[in-house]
Unconditional design. Structure first.
Length: 458
């Protein structure tokens, strides 16, 4: 989460999941392609780390909120107790995961009826979760989730099912305020959380464009699109080789955002564009999953950009029976190979793709933006910021404009609205081009003079 007040300090809140103290760097044996046998890092009790969302939201409420915890949690309690109708899409997702749900008593209780997955039009209810949230509301805080009877029940479920998380892990967890990374560009300042969040990749790519003197490039020239992609590929190569939890590995943030390094990368990009070839880069593609993002601006002009994730496909697909607590698969975001900066380890927080971003001008928040969609998130946020800040397009046009996706290799996804000349250039350069979509992005922009708000999403 990023929070900015007019004329005030911009802060970020890190509430990423963390690995249990018993986690080891070789706990997920993988083949030469990085695939873990049985996907035990994605599904099951070993895939779940220490949950951070409640702690993060509590810290945000304590520091910046204006309402009381019981009032804020009331709608969640109502939805959990009264339920809601299962949509067609939700029914299809439950059916896809039903074989794993059937193996887990807590998940089975939630998503199956008489052994069959919930169908479209049936009502989903989670009264155990409603009771848990009500217990927290009665105390007015989330503390019991981490250091109390609820924590003991969570730890007991992990112990019973072969997981690693303990009551000590829960008690030790802290959401923390951190100083965002920032980049000045075109009269604006962009603020995004530091690693383990994904914003460093966005700012590094923008720093390369800044070194390329982006304002002088012709937006409709296919060479301009080529330069965008090469800048992204350079940043992704660095991301997948160098980044991890800065408390456990040396992450060269200052070097990656330095003018000198941006200039060096810009020279590589220019050479590649001139030769109509890709920049030489190492590929390290890994699976990705999804998330949720929201923005808010209040009457005072305070802006918030918040991204958080449960992971894809019902997370770890196991639940704490009796609490209705479906667990995320935070451990899946570690690289299973020992010795990597993002390998698992005691208390480590995994690298992730979320990059909520706030843009200020003269200290005043003017734009909050973020996206959902796994590894597509950093590229989509980069695309929209490039169009809005770099090229000066109106917000609606910037969100509508075509997006790209690359992870540093020669596989390139272009949205179908890119001109044929751009597609032809990438094919000529040797890319394996396919048609696809970027992440789902939403943004709120505020005029600092009139206070007028506009939003856009795609």
């Amino acid at each position: 989460m990023v929070v900015a007040r007019p004329g005030g300090k911009v802060i970020a809140i890190d509430f990423n999941s963390s690995a249990p103290a018993a986690a080891k760097q070789d706990m997920f044996p993988a083949d030469e392609k990085g695939t873990v046998k049985g996907n035990i890092n994605i599904h099951g009790w070993l895939a779940a780390g220490v949950p951070g969302i409640l702690a993060g939201l509590q810290l945000a409420l304590d520091k910046h909120g204006t309402k009381k915890f019981p009032e804020l949690v009331a709608p969640s309690i109502r939805y959990a107790r009264d339920g809601f109708m299962v949509s067609k899409a939700l029914a299809a997702s439950i059916k896809t995961a039903s074989s794993r749900f059937a193996e887990d008593p807590g998940s089975s209780r939630l998503f199956l009826r008489n052994g069959e997955p919930l169908k479209e039009g049936e009502r989903f209810r989670n009264p155990d979760l409603a009771d848990m949230l009500q217990a927290l509301a009665d105390r007015g805080r989330v503390d019991d989730f981490y250091r109390g009877k609820i924590a003991e029940r969570i730890a007991a479920a992990f112990r019973k099912n072969g997981g690693l998380l303990t009551s000590q892990d829960l008690a030790a967890y802290r959401a923390v305020e951190v100083t965002p990374l920032s980049l000045d560009w075109q009269g604006y300042t962009l603020h995004t959380p530091p690693p383990t969040a994904g914003g460093l990749t966005v700012l590094q790519t923008l720093a390369i464009l800044k070194a390329l003197d982006w304002s002088g490039w012709e937006p409709k020239d296919p060479a301009t699109a080529h330069a965008r992609v090469e800048a992204l590929r350079v940043a992704w190569s660095d991301r997948l080789q160098l980044l991890g939890d800065p408390k456990h590995t040396d992450v060269p943030v200052a070097r990656l955002l330095s003018k000198r390094y941006a200039s060096e990368c810009a020279d590589r990009v220019r050479a590649a564009v001139k030769a109509v070839k890709p920049v030489a880069s190492r590929m390290d593609r890994r699976p990705s999953s999804g998330t949720i993002h929201l923005n808010a601006v209040d009457a005072s002009g305070m802006a918030v950009a918040l991204t958080y994730t449960h992971g894809g496909g019902f997370g770890a697909q196991v639940a704490v029976d009796g609490l209705g607590l479906l667990l995320g698969h935070g451990m899946s975001r570690f690289d299973p190979r020992p010795g990597h900066p993002n390998s698992p380890g005691p208390g480590k927080r995994p690298l992730h793709n979320m990059c909520p971003t706030i843009v200020t001008r003269d200290g005043v928040p003017v734009l909050a933006v973020g996206a959902t969609g796994g590894r597509r998130i950093p590229n989509t946020v980069f695309d929209v910021l490039t169009y809005r800040i770099g090229e000066g397009r109106p917000l609606a046009d910037a969100v509508k404009a075509p997006r790209v996706h690359t992870e540093g290799d020669l596989a390139l996804t272009l949205e179908k609205s890119w001109p044929a000349a751009v597609v032809a250039r990438f094919e000529r350069a040797g890319y394996m081009v396919r048609t696809g979509v970027g992440a789902n992005l939403n943004a709120i922009e505020r005029d600092p003079k009139s206070g007028e708000l506009q939003s856009a999403a795609r």
